[in-house]
Each structure stands twice: as structure tokens, then as C-alpha cells.
Design a protein around this ligand. Structure first.
Ligand SMILES: [Zn+2]
Length: 300
């Protein structure tokens, strides 16, 4: 299966390099909304959607002012939406038959409306949290205007009798999807948060969503994160213990199986650039193993 890396809108939070950790980078911080487009045997599969056309046209009231104006400041534009990027590749909206979501936060689910023919796969805990709208923060992060028209939900329990994948519990046999795509529960950031594992010819990719935010958090020697992203993750976590527990498990996965599994998150721009480069030059040898050692991030 061919896999494409898409940045479906850049986030520009305040803090410059105190947020994105890019040394020598002037101006606002730049974080990606890293999505995947998979050319599957029965149609296209999108992993997360980033922001969509309706977010660009009607950012208010679709997005909460606290995220739109202060904390994430997305650089909304039509050309960055998944639908327009997919069209530029020569496909049509109806070619996308399935969307697999890491979670339902506003910066991952805004494009659902643009793919009315797609089924939407996610963990049932996430579906229930988003619909419950239980806290003021939930009402700002989960935006019903982005998904109230969605009818083709396919939900999966987090626990139970799923399979195992590199020591993680996982959901195998996603309805109608190839067996090379798995949902890997990684709760913490949200209660139904999951990674999405995909096997291609050269190994496994794990899209870890918002289980971590900064590549230094996966560094082999010691944990590193920028102060802004530390604070943001703490603010957004639904369960701090589970978030740290799963981050430690991901670090172990990188250390033990980094040759077999390429782990990346949704918002780290350096990871995105390296994986996009690998997409263009597939012979490059697992760049994420190298950058962890080669690029000392901002020490905090
Ligand atoms: Zn996010």
C-alpha cells in the first residue's frame, strides 16, 4: 500500500522556538497537522483529517476562540485541506472510502464533512467522550459542528479481545479495511485516543496522534520537550497517568524496535519533513532513527 504524508494546515502557537524547538527558526512556531493518505486495495484511506473546507469558510463558530486565536492559531487556507491536497494528486472526494481517527479533537476531525462517502473508524471511548461534552474544555476541543452530520461511524472497544502488536493491545480487523491497518489504544491525551499502525513494504508506521508532541520526547538518551508543548499537553490531557505511561511505552518501542517501526506524532514539523523526504526518496534508511541522535533539540 502506498502511503502519502499530508500536512493539513499548519498551527502557529505563540512562543516561537519555545514551542516548536526549531533552532534558528525566526517568526511564529510551526506545528503540522500530520495526516496520512493510504492507497488501499478498495479505495483511499485517510488517517486523521486536519482542518476542512468548512473550517476555512466558517472558523467561527466551528472552532473555539481559545484555540483559534490564542493556543494553536491555525493558518487556515483552502489549499492545505486534505480534500484539496487529494484532488491535486488526481483523486476525488468519493475515492476516500474510510477515515481512521486518532481522536476527535478539532484539529484532527475538521475535514470529515469533505468526505461524505467515507466510514469513520475510531475507539468507542472517544466517540462517547466527544458526544458527552462533559467539561468546559471538552466543549472547546470537541466541536459538534465538525461532525454532527456524520452518519457512518464505526466504533471499536479499547480493551477486550483485540490482538497484540509489539506488546501493545490493538484492534485487529477494522471493518472492511486491510489487516495491515490497526488501531492501537494510547489513552491519556483523550480517553479514547489511539495510534494508527500501518504496515507497508518496508515495515510498520505508527501514527501516534497526540500521544506526544515533540520528537525529543522519543529521544533514546533522555526525555526532552519544549516548555510550551509541555504546558499544552498538560492542559489537554484527560488522564495524566495514562498519558505518561503510554509515552514511556512508545519510547521503549522506539528503542527496541526502531528498525521495524517508525513512530511519529501529529504535530512535530521535523518528523513530518523527514517522513515527507522519505516518501520522495524511499531508499533513505529510516531517517527518524538518525535525527533523534543528530539534532539536539532545545534543552529545557
Ligand atoms: Zn492535535
Amino acid at each position: 500500500m502506498r502511503i502519502h504524508h499530508l500536512n493539513c494546515t499548519t498551527l502557529c502557537p505563540p512562543g516561537g522556538r519555545l514551542a516548536d524547538g526549531r533552532k534558528g527558526f525566526k517568526g511564529p512556531a510551526a506545528l503540522t497537522c500530520h495526516c496520512l493518505l493510504v492507497e488501499g486495495p478498495r479505495g483511499l484511506i485517510l488517517v486523521d483529517t486536519g482542518f476542512g473546507l468548512e473550517d476555512v469558510k466558517h472558523p467561527r463558530p466551528r472552532l473555539a476562540p481559545m484555540f483559534l486565536d490564542v493556543l494553536t492559531r491555525p493558518r487556515l487556507n483552502e489549499g492545505s485541506t486534505a480534500i484539496r491536497q487529494i484532488e491535486r494528486m488526481g483523486f476525488r472526494a468519493e475515492d476516500v472510502r474510510d477515515i481512521v481517527l486518532t481522536h476527535l479533537d478539532f484539529d484532527h476531525a475538521g475535514g470529515l464533512d469533505d468526505f461524505p462517502h467515507a466510514r469513520v473508524h475510531l475507539l468507542s471511548d472517544e466517540y462517547q467522550s466527544a458526544f458527552a461534552q462533559a467539561t468546559p474544555l471538552d466543549r472547546r476541543r470537541y466541536r459538534p459542528l465538525q461532525w454532527m452530520n456524520e452518519t457512518q461511524w464505526v466504533t471499536y472497544p479499547s480493551g477486550g479481545d483485540g490482538g497484540r502488536w509489539f506488546g501493545f493491545e490493538c484492534v485487529r480487523d477494522l471493518t472492511g479495511l486491510p489487516p495491515e491497518i490497526l488501531l492501537v489504544p494510547l489513552p491519556g491525551h483523550t480517553l479514547g485516543h489511539a495510534g494508527v499502525a500501518i504496515q507497508d513494504g518496508s515495515g510498520w508506521l505508527l501514527h501516534a496522534g497526540d500521544a506526544y508532541f515533540y520528537h525529543g520526547e522519543m529521544a533514546p538518551d533522555r526525555y526532552r520537550c519544549t516548555p510550551v508543548l509541555r504546558a499544552y499537553q498538560k492542559l489537554m490531557q484527560k488522564d495524566g497517568y495514562l498519558r505518561w505511561h503510554n509515552m514511556r511505552r512508545l519510547r521503549e518501542l522506539v528503542q527496541r524496535h526502531g528498525r521495524d517501526v517508525t513512530v511519529f506524532c501529529a504535530h512535530d514539523s521535523l518528523e513530518f519533513e523527514l517522513l515527507e523526504e522519505r516518501e520522495r526518496s524511499p531508499d533513505l534508511d529510516s531517517p527518524l532513527r538518525h535525527f533523534v541522535d543528530a539534532q539536539p533539540p532545545l534543552h529545557v
